[in-house]
Design a protein around this ligand. Structure first.
Ligand code: C5P
Length: 222
C-alpha cells in the first residue's frame, strides 16, 4: 500500500446517491454520479490507506485496491457505513443520502386512477454522519455540504451542528457540482479554511485527502 501519509490507516468513504423504492419499478433518487466519492476513495488508497467504499447505485468501476460494498437505500447505507466504521480512523461522507423514503414500498406496481392525484407519505431517513459521530470512539469525520447559496454560513453551521472535524462545501448553484467532471470546494474546520479552485474531480480528491491527512495527523480531530 505504499508509504503515503495515510499508510496503515483505515478510511471509509460513502459515495453516490441512494434510491428509495416506491414500488417494484419506481424509486426516489437524487442527482449524484458518485464520481467525487470514488475519486476520494482512490486518492485515499494512493495516500496509503486501507479503504472501504460504500457505494449507492452508480455506474462506476471500483478503484484498484479498494474494498467496495454496494447498497441501494439510505438505511442500507447507514448499516454498511456503521459496520465499516468500526475501528476506522477516518470517515468521509461523500454520498448524497436521500432525506426521505416512502413509508412503505408497494408490493405491486402502482396504477393510475382516472386523473386522481397520487399521494406519497414520506418518512425521514437516518442521518448517517450523526450516527457515526454518536459512536463511542468516532473516527475523524468529514462531511459534504452542497448548497446553492450562502455556502460559508451553511457549511460552518453544519460543521458545528453535526460535530464534524472538517466539511467540504460544494457550490451546486447553476448546474455546478453534479454530474460533471470538474468541481471546486471550500474546506472548513474549526479554526481554519482553504479554497480549492475548480479542477478535475480526481485532482480535487487528491488535494482534499492531503488536507484531511494533515488535519487528522496534527491531532485536531477527537
Ligand atoms: O445536511 P446535509 O444533508 O446537507 O448534509 C450533507 C452531509 O451529511 C453529507 O456529508 C452527507 O453524506 C451527510 N448525510 C448523512 N446522512 C443523511 C443525510 C446526509 O450522512 N441522512
Amino acid at each position: 500500500f505504499g508509504d503515503g501519509p495515510l499508510r496503515g490507516r483505515k478510511v471509509v468513504v460513502s459515495a453516490g446517491p441512494t434510491y428509495e423504492d416506491i414500488d417494484p419499478v419506481r424509486f426516489i433518487g437524487n442527482r449524484s454520479s458518485g464520481r467525487m466519492g470514488f475519486a476520494i476513495a482512490d486518492a485515499a488508497r494512493e495516500a496509503g490507506a486501507d479503504v472501504t467504499l460504500v457505494a449507492g447505485p452508480v455506474a462506476l468501476a471500483t478503484p484498484a485496491g479498494v474494498a467496495r460494498v454496494d447498497v441501494r437505500s439510505a438505511r442500507q447505507m447507514h448499516d454498511a457505513v456503521l459496520a465499516a466504521c468500526d475501528g476506522s480512523d477516518i470517515y468521509i461522507g461523500a454520498a448524497a443520502v436521500g432525506d426521505y423514503r416512502p413509508e412503505q414500498a408497494a408490493g405491486q406496481k402502482l396504477k393510475k386512477h382516472d386523473g386522481a392525484p397520487l399521494r406519497l407519505e414520506l418518512t425521514e431517513n437516518p442521518d448517517i454522519l450523526a450516527a457515526v459521530a454518536a459512536r463511542p470512539r468516532p473516527p475523524f469525520l468529514v462531511g459534504f455540504a452542497a448548497e446553492t447559496h450562502e455556502l460559508a454560513r451553511y457549511a460552518q453551521d453544519k460543521l458545528r451542528r453535526k460535530g464534524l472535524d472538517m466539511i467540504a462545501a460544494n457550490d451546486v448553484g447553476d448546474g455546478r457540482g453534479f454530474e460533471v467532471a470538474d468541481n471546486a470546494l471550500v474546506l472548513y474546520w474549526r479554526d481554519g479554511s482553504v479554497s480549492l479552485p475548480r479542477m478535475p474531480k480526481t485532482d480535487l480528491a487528491r488535494q482534499l485527502v492531503a488536507h484531511i491527512a494533515e488535519r487528522f495527523l496534527s491531532g485536531h480531530g477527537h
